[in-house]
Design a protein around this ligand. Sequence first.
Ligand code: ZN
Length: 402
Amino acid sequence: MTQQVKRAFKYRFYPTDEQAAELSRTFGCVRLVYNKALEERTRAWYGEQRRVSYVQSSAALTEWKKTKELSFLTQVSSVPLQQALRHLQTAFANFFAKRTQYPRYKSRKKSRASAEYTRSAFTWRDGQLTLAKMAQPLDIRWSRPLPEGSEPTTVTVSRDAAGRWFVSLLCQDSIVPAPAATAAIGLDAGITSLVTLSTGEKIANPRYERRDRARLAKAQRELSRKAKGSANREKARRRVAKVHARIADRRRDFLHKLSTRLVRENQVVVIEDLTVRNLLKNGRLARAISDAAWTDLRMILEYKCAWYGRELVVIDRWFPSSKLCGTCGKVCEKLPLNVRVWTCDCGAWHDRDVNAARNILAAGLAVSACGDGVRPQRESSRTGRSSVKQETQRATAGVPRL
Ligand SMILES: [Zn+2]
């Protein structure tokens, strides 16, 4: 049985000077509206413990447009501005549900510049996309076809730090479920390797990453030597951004291939909930974790499992996956990070990561079988959460791309 899902398709495009100017203006307005609404909400929340709704923010936006200082907001399409308020609403909903930290301001330099257009703010004709306030369609490089007969429902335009323009089209697509599988697998987020599987297989970081990282370090050193505000500094900044973009692109490809394989081969995939927030406190781990892109992988697994009718089980982060002997069940007291292999009192010899992956699998199967077990997560795994993401966050972030 095929399943209807929303899916984003991302492409590069090359704007005319006019389009680039219009979009830059829109990005600026989106950021301003988002930050201003966030400021008001913050004042209400910390000052009066009062929550501001989307409707109230939207009413405020209407008022801002009437003022002299902010009347320029009326010059761009109103839809991306409304969408910015919706994104802020989502950010607060996630914060109040304790899923994320308090929403942060968008910075001109550090945040990705983007604008989201819903159906009323673009036209789609003969495979050509024209945005509101624009005369010509966008010059999109169709690196892969959209699903047959599908039309975008939401369009997100963005420009990355390397100055590249992207458009992400959210479309209805049908997913054919993967053939039945009975296998189950546990994943351990690695430090030395990206992921270790309960089968004993170790998946290394993408092989380019080390070299790219060296390039990144070099580009950053050069950047730090350039005088603030100089044209050379701007050039150096672009170079750093380019290396970053390349690392992210390659990593995304890698994670997509890996996750597709894991989801195809297994009916149940068990992972550990390593909330990065907690891990980041340990400086040494921080880098490895961000490199390992564990959070990206988890997000991709969440929606792919949902698409293909697989079960993703997320194990509580306090589960002692590494320290538990998979043979006798004893938990050893101390297991410093540099200990890669260990022998339990029972005589069992363990590769640290493989043992952890096996324990994660066993714990996951216990949860999966009886619907309860190792202190499962408050919001568990298969869940509305991933579908919520699909609707909201994904429409905006435009990340998932197959
Ligand atoms: Zn043992």
